[in-house]
Design a binder for this molecule. Structure first.
Ligand code: AMP
Length: 197
């Protein structure tokens, strides 16, 4: 059982890395951004509520995200574990996630922080905007999302550092090199877990 959080600003490559980590460690990928976009696509009542937040680069309210996440996580009770991508994004979400996992006695094991410089984030997101089809990949919203990250999400770095779970990886490297570094961090954790009682 392994529970991983992949953490980083928008455009840091969390989604790309998650896809590879999922395969290697047989994890369930829980991306709150993907789940929310699916709700919007299906035009569900939740989708109608969250669209405005997403289109404006704002965080969707904690209660909405948490309810959706609990529901999704409960569908897969017996798998190897989860990779949480784009979640948590506030201290409150992180505290609630800890509580949920504590109830199942399956805490977060490793938090991988993918670090990318701000000008590179802009460049990447503007670049992908052409093909992504995402309504929030435009210049105004990209800037807003990065500001929101700095204000509301960045403090989680200290939250997880204080728990001794944070591993920083340089996200400026190529996709394969970043993946190698993430794998090394996860393998190191798994080995340590096997050796220590
Ligand atoms: P992402 O695909 O992770 O970049 O998320 C896209 C958008 O979905 C974000 O800009 C937020 O509006 C919303 N979102 C995704 N995850 C969360 C979360 N954990 N809490 C609040 N809003 C979220």
């Amino acid at each position: 059982m392994l529970n991983v959080i992949i953490f980083g600003p928008p455009g840091s490559g969390k989604g790309t890395q998650s896809a590879q980590i999922v395969k290697k460690y047989n994890l369930i990928h829980l991306s709150t951004g993907d789940i929310l976009r699916h709700e919007i696509m299906e035009k569900t009542p939740i989708g109608c509520v969250v669209k405005e937040y997403i289109d404006n680069g704002l965080l969707v309210p904690d209660e909405v995200v948490l309810k959706m996440l609990y529901h999704k996580a409960s569908i897969y009770p017996k798998r190897e574990g989860f990779i949480f991508d784009g979640f948590p994004r506030t201290i409150y979400q992180a505290e609630m996630l800890d509580k949920m996992l504590e109830r199942h006695n399956r805490p977060i094991d490793v938090v991988v922080s993918v670090e990318v410089k701000e000008d590179e984030l802009f460049k990447r997101m503007k670049g992908r905007a052409v093909d992504s089809g995402r309504s929030d990949d435009n210049e105004f919203t990209i800037k807003k999302r990065i500001d929101v990250y700095k204000e509301q999400t960045y403090p989680l770095i200290d939250f997880y550092r204080n728990q001794g779970k944070l591993v920083a990886v340089n996200g400026m490297d190529s996709v394969d090199v970043v993946f190698d570094h993430i794998s090394q961090a996860v393998d190191f954790y798994l080995n340590k877990k096997n050796i220590l009682p």
